[in-house]
Design a protein around this ligand. Sequence first.
Ligand SMILES: [Mn+2]
Length: 269
Amino acid sequence: MTELRWRYGAATDVGRVRDLNEDSHLASRRLLAVADGVGGAAAGEVASGVTIAEVTRLARRPPVEAETELGEVVEAARDRIRAAVAENPESEGMATTLTGLWLGDDSVDIVHIGDSRAYQLRGEDFVQVTVDDSYVQHLVDEGAITPDEAQDHPYKSVVTRVLQANPAPAHFETRPAKLGDRYMLCSDGLTDVVDDTAIESVLRDFAEPQSAADELVRLALEQGGPDNVTVVVGDVSERQRFPRWPWFTAATVAVLAVAAVFIGLALRN
Ligand SMILES: [Mn+2]
């Protein structure tokens, strides 16, 4: 069986307005994640940081029971946020978004809460994989406003569900993993200022995940960088597996060749 892995790149920036970067992210062979923390006095940084720390526990292996395992990680993150608030009551209300993609051998398991996003590029198609937990998304769902109107709505930063001390369920979804699919995860610092068309063309034009992530962050900064911006790009790739013996053989031959030269020199003297 083929072993899949993410081929990834990631970039983050504090932006041009904020003093602190309260976004956190993870980019690894099995797991990609973005968390956008909110809360005064650096509390957002704590909320997103502990959440990514919990997610990191899953980063080295494929999922077994993805929804259960991701659910446990979300609850562990919530416990740590609760503990941090108990320790420092001023940070009451600290919260974070979480969007994570866990790559299995034939699946991509998605955990999502808040208004960070995941997009997928597959052949001709470019789609937003996650649905924002936001007030304007709710208005779009109700048919009250169009997606275009949502982009410039005064309440577009109002989030209806986040990971915080109070329980609010996360969304889970499983998709089939397909070699060559490209995914992009980002905080709203990108999508508030760069539209989907511009995002799609960067993801098509930049072959290297790292270059694509760097370019998307650059575009957000070019648009004024009003918020922290984080981008993680991952391509579904095959793990390169080299059998050990050719390397061992090559190393042995090299050692013997060097030894032969030395012996040759010694005999000549
Ligand atoms: Mn943000």
